[in-house]
Design a protein around this ligand. Structure first.
Ligand code: THU
Length: 160
C-alpha cells in the first residue's frame, strides 16, 4: 500500500484585466448570459459562454424550477445546447461566472461535480482539451487547460 498524490494545475488571475482579450470577450458573453439566468429561488445567477471550433459562441444560464431538483445548472444548459445544435463540433473553451442577488460573489465559482462529469464526456469524445475559465462577480479568476484537470479519477465509458 502506498499513498499517492494527485496534483492539478491552474492559472490564477488577479482580475479581469489580466485575461487575454479573447478570454475577456468570452467572459463578457458569460456575464451577459448570467444576467438572463432564471434563478428566483437561490438568487444565485450563473452564466456560461462556450466557444466552439467554428468560432460560434453558445450561451447558457441556470434555469431553476419550483420543484427544485427539476432545475438545471448553466454549464449543462450550455453544453447540451451546443451538443444538440452542433453535434460533433469541438468545444474550445468555456467561461463561467456567478453572481448572487444577496451578496457579492468575490471568489471563483467552478462548475459543480455533476457539470464536470457532463462536460468530461464531451472533452473525452473530442480528444482535445477544453479550457475552463471561471470567476465570481468580482475578484480572482481561475483558468485550467482542461476539464479533466478538475476531475481526477473520473468515470468514463471505458468502464462500461
Ligand atoms: N449552479 C450552476 O448553474 N452551476 C454550477 O456549477 C453550480 C450551481 C446553479 C444551480 C442553482 O440554480 C444555483 O446555481 C444554486 O445552486
Amino acid at each position: 500500500m502506498k499513498k499517492i498524490n494527485v496534483t492539478t494545475s491552474a492559472t490564477m488571475f488577479d482580475d479581469f484585466s489580466q485575461l487575454s482579450s479573447d478570454d475577456q470577450l468570452l467572459m463578457n458573453k458569460a456575464i451577459e448570459a448570467r444576467k438572463k439566468a432564471y434563478a428566483p429561488y437561490s438568487k444565485f445567477n450563473v452564466g456560461v459562454a462556450l466557444l466552439l471550433g467554428n468560432g460560434e459562441i453558445i450561451l447558457g444560464n441556470n434555469q431553476e424550477n419550483a420543484a427544485y431538483p427539476s432545475g438545471m445548472c448553466a454549464e449543462r444548459v450550455a453544453i447540451w445546447k451546443a451538443g444538440s445544435e452542433y453535434p460533433n463540433m469541438k468545444v474550445k473553451k468555456i467561461a463561467i461566472t456567478a453572481a448572487s442577488e444577496t451578496s457579492t460573489v468575490n471568489k471563483p465559482v467552478g462548475p459543480c461535480g455533476a457539470c464536470r462529469q457532463t462536460l468530461s464526456e464531451y472533452e473525452i469524445n473530442q480528444k482535445e482539451p477544453i479550457e475552463i475559465i471561471f470567476m465570481g462577480e468580482v475578484g480572482k479568476i481561475v483558468k485550467t487547460e482542461s476539464l479533466l484537470s478538475l476531475l481526477p479519477f473520473s468515470f468514463d465509458s471505458s468502464y462500461l
